[in-house]
Ligand binder design. Structure first.
Ligand code: C2O
Ligand code: CU
Length: 492
């Protein structure tokens, strides 16, 4: 499908989903005109509120990944793009200049912000056209490790991603150093763009007589070649030529320097589009302290799994020497690596396999919430089904029986405790993300992105305290673009 027709399809779809919130018309009536949004309402700081102002240019860029040079799109001249940092309670005022040859937007992943700054074209704003700007203004209330990325097509799989850190004014700061590690799977500029990858994945459609249609509730399917390894089975469709930490390949890694005995806070962000990683630091155990911004009861592990869109913070006490921080792509070949240097020693082989990777590997469900961040338990006022279906051949993914734009938005009421029943009827793992809220796992653990294993179900509860129209989707960007998204709308 050409870029143009694919995009108009997407916009058509977005238009339908938005109508649930914006107008009282029937979701069955098919493709409709794209709703238009005015300029965002200006937000004034409250008395004493600090304002953090930035300008971001989304533009074509040539990047050196550490030997491999690629033409891509980035926020400025690097990937990851510029760190944005503020303190909880600050107002952010960020102007995005679109210098790309395509429409774009920016989404502030994980931030419970006001709806009109959420960056979803057709749902919260018009796409930003080439040459145009958009002003994002919002208060960032909750501290934590977040990131930002576009919400148009598969642009996330270019170089358009960067960390967003909201500091906690009450953070005890019981560490000497802080390092941000952004993981990514890289294809752009290696002979294919992410749009090419999406076309390749979708090409199977043309050869297949199978029609999943809108209502194939059976799901199932091939999932790329069998069940894969435990515990996630098949967790990605794309074999990438490179896996990166902080924009670098393992043969020319990012080097982080410290002193033996120092305590370091690691903030690890999976900005990959189709890759779940296992993360370990050779010669060290990690103490996991936060996930998706929220504090957990500290838990030690040799390594941990991190899905697309998830974040983990960990504390580590540095040993003396040179150590590999490795992220291995689950079910795929190759790895990402950064180096930690606190003393003398020669760097490890870029293909090093730290023994920690064979140790005890933590999953989100092994964590308990910190008492202060636990979502107080309460019986749900409403339960909504989020039924995930689809397969590789043909490459179609859906929520509640249909692809995004054809599925009916979920409608919730302000003030309710809403239970989302995430039911995975496919042979793949999906990192499911809800915009504008954090939800709680059954034990009260707060997350905004959670891995749902093949053929498994997970109930997550959210407090409906942030009215608007919010995207809910798989953070595998190819699945999302192929339909695995749904709007979550507050009743007007
Ligand atoms: Cu990073 Cu709609 O998400
Ligand atoms: Cu998915």
């Amino acid at each position: 499908m050409s870029e143009l027709s694919r995009r108009s399809l997407l916009l058509g779809g977005l238009a339908v989903a938005s109508t649930g919130a914006l107008a009282a018309c029937s979701p069955q009536s098919g493709i409709q005109a794209t709703p238009t949004f005015g300029a965002p309402t200006r937000l004034s700081p409250t008395p004493g509120q600090r304002v953090v102002e930035r300008t971001l240019a989304a533009k074509p860029a040539t990047l050196d990944l550490g030997g491999a040079t690629v033409d891509t799109w980035a926020f400025g001249d690097t990937a990851p793009g510029p760190l944005i940092r503020a303190t909880a309670g600050d107002m952010l005022r960020i102007r995005v200049d679109n210098q790309l040859p395509a429409d774009t937007t920016v989404h502030w992943h994980g931030i419970a912000l006001r709806n009109e700054a959420d960056g979803v074209p057709g749902l919260t704003q018009n796409p930003i056209a080439t040459g145009d700007s958009f002003l994002y203004e919002f208060t960032a209330s909750d501290p934590g490790t977040y990131f930002y990325h576009p919400h148009v097509g598969v642009q996330l799989d270019r170089g358009l991603y960067a960390p967003l850190i909201i500091d906690d004014p009450r953070e005890p700061g019981d560490y000497d150093l802080e390092w941000i590690l952004v993981l990514d799977d890289w294809v752009d500029g290696t002979g294919r763009t992410p749009d090419d990858v999406l076309s390749e994945l979708s090409a199977a459609d043309g050869n297949s007589s199978e029609d999943m249609g809108g209502m194939d509730m059976g799901g199932g399917g091939m999932g790329g070649g069998g069940m894969g390894d435990p515990p996630f089975g098949d967790a990605g469709d794309v074999a990438y030529p490179h896996y990166l930490i902080n924009g670098r390949v393992p043969t020319a890694p990012d080097v982080l320097r410290g002193k033996p005995g120092q305590r370091v806070r690691l903030r690890i962000i999976n900005a990959g589009s189709d890759t779940l990683f296992t993360v370990a630091l050779g010669g060290h155990r990690l103490t996991i302290t936060h996930t998706d911004g929220y504090a957990v009861q500290p838990k030690e592990a040799d390594a941990f799994y991190i899905g697309m869109g998830e974040r983990y913070d960990a504390i580590v006490t540095l040993e003396d020497g040179v150590f590999p921080l490795v992220a291995t792509p689950f079910g795929k070949q190759g790895q990402a690596m950064a180096l930690i240097r606190t003393g003398a020693g020669s760097p490890p082989d870029p293909a090093v396999h730290p023994t920690e990777l064979d140790g005890q590997i933590l999953e989100a469900t092994d964590l308990q919430p910190d008492e202060a961040t636990r979502l107080p338990s309460r019986d749900p006022d409403a339960t909504e089904m989020v039924h995930l279906s689809g397969q590789m051949t043909p490459y179609r993914w859906a929520i509640n029986g249909s692809a995004y734009g054809k599925n009916e938005p979920i409608v919730i009421d302000k003030g309710d405790r809403v239970r989302l029943e995430l039911m995975n009827m496919t042979m793949m793992t999906h990192p499911m993300h809800v915009h504008g809220h954090t939800f709680a796992l059954p034990n009260g653990l707060r997350k905004d992105t959670v891995l749902v294993k093949p053929m498994a179900s997970l109930a997550v509860d959210l407090q409906a305290d942030n009215p608007g129209s919010w995207m809910t989707h798989c953070h595998n960007i190819y699945h999302a673009e192929a339909g695995m998204m749904i709007a979550l709308n507050y009743r007007a």
